[in-house]
Design a protein around this ligand. Structure first.
Ligand code: SAM
Length: 204
């Protein structure tokens, strides 16, 4: 049996929970279950990430919520920024099915596309922004690939915005993002969570 939230099909008995949570000024109804990340409340790092995300800095186009879990980041951003479309991807099918339910129950499913992808494996589009709260427990290879390959999935001037705790590798993630993109800023620090942001300036 495994209840690892970062596997395709967590083998753990279902325990559906429903609760409301205020994000970016909107009350959002969530359904969660065992076998998904942060099932009892929205993760604090994800809240810091969505609060720091600055829509006015990004070009026009779709936004990718990478490792969406049951959907808090993508759904909260979609509720707030009603002229944008979003793709939500995750490797965990249970999380994806909850994200679909949550998108529908909060009236944003018409602007969200939710699908399975192991990192960027099934990601075809280029995005105005990628937001990610990476799965530290899945290991460095997964986290580093999410950060370093983001470049291939952004339009010029698009941004990668990531949240990591200082103690879980934010400084080395910053170095990796800087070496990949040529730039990386810490745009927010809150209770040990760092929000790192890089801009894709196009390949010259
Ligand atoms: C830290 S959680 C964040 C979840 C969600 N964004 C949130 O705010 O609650 C990281 C997510 O990455 C997903 N993940 C793990 N490995 C992955 C992979 N190889 N490809 C895509 N997603 C993955 C996990 O299933 C998990 O939902």
């Amino acid at each position: 049996m495994n209840d690892f939230y970062y596997t395709p099909n967590p083998d753990v008995v279902h325990k559906i929970q429903q609760w409301d949570f205020e994000l970016l000024g909107n009350k959002i109804a969530f359904t969660t279950d065992n076998g998904v990340f942060s099932k009892k409340r929205v993760d604090y790092g994800s809240i810091v990430l969505m609060n720091a995300f600055n829509i006015s800095k990004i070009p026009s186009g779709k936004i990718l919520d990478l490792g969406c879990g049951y959907g808090p980041v993508g759904i909260a951003l979609a509720k707030k920024y009603t002229d944008r479309e979003f793709d939500l991807v995750d490797v965990n099918n249970r999380a994806l099915s909850l994200a679909q339910t949550n998108a529908k129950n909060n009236g944003v499913d018409n602007r969200l596309t939710i699908y399975n992808s192991n990192i960027y494996e099934n990601v075809q589009s280029k995005y105005a922004a990628i937001v990610v709260n990476p799965p530290i427990r899945a290991g460095k290879m997964v986290v580093n690939t999410m950060l370093s390959k983001a470049k291939n999935h952004l339009v010029p001037s698009g941004t990668l915005t990531a949240v990591l705790q200082k103690k879980q590798g934010a400084p080395s993630a910053k170095k990796l993002m800087k070496s990949t993109f040529g730039n990386c800023e810490i745009i927010k620090k809150d209770k040990g969570y760092y929000i790192l942001e890089s801009i894709y300036n196009g390949d010259k």
